[in-house]
Each structure stands twice: as C-alpha cells, then as structure tokens.
Ligand binder design. Structure first.
Ligand SMILES: NC(=O)c1ccc[n+]([C@@H]2O[C@H](COP(=O)([O-])OP(=O)(O)OC[C@H]3O[C@@H](n4cnc5c(N)ncnc54)[C@H](OP(=O)(O)O)[C@@H]3O)[C@@H](O)[C@H]2O)c1
Length: 320
C-alpha cells in the first residue's frame, strides 16, 4: 500500500487541443476541485507545481521537467506516444485510458467492419459510385463465420461479446492463458498458427510492443484460410503492409479494414488508399467522450491519493 497524499497541485492537459481546455477545467472543477487544470502550452505554469498530466503525444523531454509529477494519464489506451520519449521519467506511473465508452465504440467499429467484410461493402459502394445495379448474395452469414480477436483486453473482450450477439463464433488470442466465459482464448506464440487457421475474420486489438510489431507477416497471414478478411484497430505496427497487400492481390485474403498505420496520417501516396480490397478509416475506431475520460482520471486519482492501486497501469516489463 502506498502512502496517502491529497489531490493537489496543477494538472497540465494536452488532449483535444486548446479549444477543449474549458471543458476539461469544468469537468475537473466538479470531479476534483482541489486541482488546478492548466493548458500544456501555458508557459506561466511553475514546473514545480505540476503533479499530474493528462496527455496525448506530449512533446518529448517535457515530462522530465516536472520534478513533482505523480501520475501520467494517457488520454488514450495506447502508451506508445509516451514510451517513445527517451527522457520519459520512468519512475512516474502511467495510467492508460480505460473508460468503458472506448470499449463500446471500439466494439461498434469491430462489428461494423466484420459485417462490412461479410457483406462485401466495397462492392456495394462501388456499385453506387458507378450507378451499376449489382445484385449479389454474401456467401455465408455471421452464423457460419469465425472471428478471431488478437488481444483480449478491455477492448477485445467487449468486441467479442458484441460480435457474439450478432451471431459470429468468436475466439481470442492473448499473452496469458485464461478462461473467458463463452470465448475460447488461446495464448502465446505456439498457439498462434492454429488460432489463425480457424479464423475467417481476424481482428487486431493488440498494443504496440516489441512482441506484437510485425506479428502479421506473410508467414502468419498464410496461416489464415483462403478468403479470410482482416480488421486492424489496435496499432499499425502489427501488420507488415507489403505482405498484407501481396496476400490481397493474390486472392488469399478477401479484404482488409484498417484504422491504424505505422505512419499516421497515412501518406497520400501510400498504395493502401487506392487498393480495391482495403477499407481505410483514420484512427477513429475507439474513443471516449471527455466526461467519460475525466471520470476515469478522477477515479484513478482518488485511488492514488488513498494509496490504492490505480486501474489500467502501464507495466514496462510487458510493454503495455
Ligand atoms: N484505433 C483506435 O481508435 C484505438 C483506440 C483505443 C485503443 N487502441 C489500441 O488498442 C490497444 C488495446 O487496448 P486495450 O485497452 O484492449 O488494451 P489492454 O486491456 O491492455 O489489452 C491488451 C491485450 O493484448 C494482449 N497482448 C499484449 N501483448 C501480447 C502478446 N505479445 N501476445 C499476445 N497477446 C498480447 C494482452 O494479453 P493479456 O490479456 O494476456 O494481458 C491483452 O489481452 C491499445 O494498446 C491501443 O494501441 C486503438
């Protein structure tokens, strides 16, 4: 149990741009009236007064300048935007955003994408764009379709439940073995080829770590059955893009829907933009409203102040 400490000092916010600051200030005035919420760009803030930050993509080396920083709140679930800072103060705990709304919106995105692949939405969109009356039937329904989710964390578990409600058969893959009600969860690298072989639509909801980067290469994509589809909404580093495009071109994969990319924004010249079997969204899959995120942060702050363990802590030894 940590020592207790009152919630006090300044919380610097860099999330949603300058226009969002009044919202954050109003939310925390209600939830944590003892802290002062200030703009990340406000140069009049005394660095010694900063006790918390709530940030997305903070400038590298800035976090190291706050000697009294107690907690870093990531404004999103991923922490790669923080851990790439070589001067990140490693002794300060990082809380990953885990607001329930993000799991709901991600679940909606995953269901939308799985159904879009199932019903060949690109063919539908093309028919309208070319004013062509193109009637066709999907080769199967959700009831005959197996969805495999890579990553059974906050997001993967909710997506699994929502996909099951649509009739899909769902399995998961994670790092640690466990029993998950209604979903078979395979764990570890040895189980991956077999897991992929039993997957018609593969959903990526993994964090970016040294182990997950480049995981879906030509060899692993080849383990999927012919005609499989891929949805990736975790991190772009998961997929070797050239291998994905080659598998789509050869017909081994039927389609892919991608929300995340190695380089964001995806450069306009990238071939994925114009590929006939790739659907692109611009890192919009999962999100939580400011009130939901503020409540999440306030709850974690209270836990920290009372010496309890905070939720969703980043664990450097496992990379997420
Ligand atoms: N596109 C978007 O809009 C968007 C929005 C939010 C989040 N994201 C991304 O989604 C990721 C997942 O979020 P989350 O909240 O669900 O994270 P989480 O709760 O930490 O879950 C991560 C999952 O990945 C698994 N995992 C991690 N490393 C693995 C490995 N080497 N092998 C197998 N499984 C591994 C974990 O396994 P264990 O269960 O065994 O620990 C866990 O099931 C985030 O890190 C973020 O990058 C994207």
């Amino acid at each position: 149990m940590q020592a207790t400490s009152p919630i006090e000092g300044v919380m610097l916010v860099k999330s949603g741009g300058k226009a969002a600051l009044p919202d954050w200030q109003a939310l925390f005035a209600r939830l944590c009236p003892t802290i002062e919420v200030r703009d990340w760009y406000d140069t009049t803030v005394d660095p010694d007064s900063v006790t918390y930050v709530l940030v997305w993509e903070p400038h590298p080396d800035r976090l190291a300048t706050y000697p009294n920083l107690r907690v870093i709140f990531s404004s999103a679930a991923g922490v790669d935007h923080l851990t790439r800072d070589p001067d990140l103060p490693r002794h300060v705990p990082i809380v990953r955003m885990g607001a329930g709304e993000a799991a709901q919106t991600m679940g909606e995105y995953v269901c939308l994408s799985a159904l879009a692949l199932l019903r060949d939405y690109r063919r539908i969109v093309t028919a309208q764009a070319t004013a062509k009356w193109d009637t066709f039937e999907a080769p199967r329904t959700a009831l005959q379709t197996r969805v495999g989710i890579l990553g059974m964390g906050n997001l993967g578990r909710r997506a699994a439940a929502m996909l099951q409600a649509l009739g899909f058969t769902v399995a998961g893959w994670a790092r640690t073995p466990r029993e998950e009600p209604g979903v078979a969860v395979a764990a570890g690298m040895d189980a991956l080829p077999g897991f992929l072989a039993g997957t018609d639509i593969l959903v990526g909801l993994l964090p970016d770590t040294p182990e997950t980067a480049g995981l879906l290469d030509a060899e692993r994509i080849a383990c999927l059955p012919k005609g499989a589809g891929i949805v990736n909404a975790g991190r772009g580093s998961l997929i070797v893009m050239d291998d994905l495009i080659a598998a789509l071109d050869s017909g081994h994969l039927s389609g892919a829907i991608l929300d995340v990319f190695d380089t964001e924004p995806l450069p306009p010249e990238h071939p994925a933009w114009r590929h006939p079997r790739i659907g692109i969204t611009c890192h919009i899959a999962g999100f939580a409203s400011r009130p939901a995120r503020a409540e999440y942060v306030a709850t974690a702050m209270a836990a920290h102040a009372e010496g309890r363990e905070m939720p969703n802590l980043f664990r450097p030894e496992r990379g997420y």
